[in-house]
Design a protein. Structure first.
Length: 157
């Protein structure tokens, strides 16, 4: 009878744990947890989310295109909080293959201390470094944006 060598056990354990090591997975899945959007956008956005207070945000500029590019500036802390909460619930699904360049919109958070955080979208996809990404759990964000667009159109009439 052959004896199982302990070195093989260590090797098999290493193979089982290798994908769990940071940066070792061949194709890491996008984060699906709360705050995934902020994590996906980088360390500065994650810090912004971790310490978020609507009192620290001076204003949010919402830009969108209807027939022409439009913009609305938001200063109400309750609305700013709603936008942040909607963004905090978003997950990243996968890279989008189809692009819609005529439907750009953005949310630009401008803090009282001078920090700025820009969330750019093309249609309902997030733009990051020239690529578009499909989102999950984004319904509340688009409902808020639609409400803001309607209010802007009514106030401009």
């Amino acid at each position: 009878m052959k004896r199982f060598h302990p070195a093989w056990a260590l090797f098999l354990l290493f193979l089982a744990l290798f994908p769990l090591l940071p940066g070792c997975a061949a194709h890491p899945a996008p984060p699906e947890s709360e705050g995934a959007l902020f994590f996906f956008l980088g360390e500065d956005f994650s810090r912004f989310a971790d310490g978020f207070s609507s009192a620290e945000v001076a204003r949010v500029q919402y830009r969108f295109t209807l027939d022409t590019p439009q913009s609305v500036e938001l200063t109400d802390p309750a609305v700013i909080r709603q936008l942040f909460d909607a963004l905090a619930n978003i997950g990243i699904a996968e890279q989008a293959d189809i692009r819609a360049t005529d439907s750009e919109q953005s949310l630009h958070f401008i803090c009282r201390d001078g920090r700025e955080f820009l969330f750019s979208f093309e249609g309902k996809a997030l733009l990051r470094k020239g690529e578009a990404y499909r989102l999950t759990n984004d319904e509340s964000l688009w409902a808020l944006c639609q409400m803001l667009r309607r209010q802007t159109v009514i106030s401009n009439e």
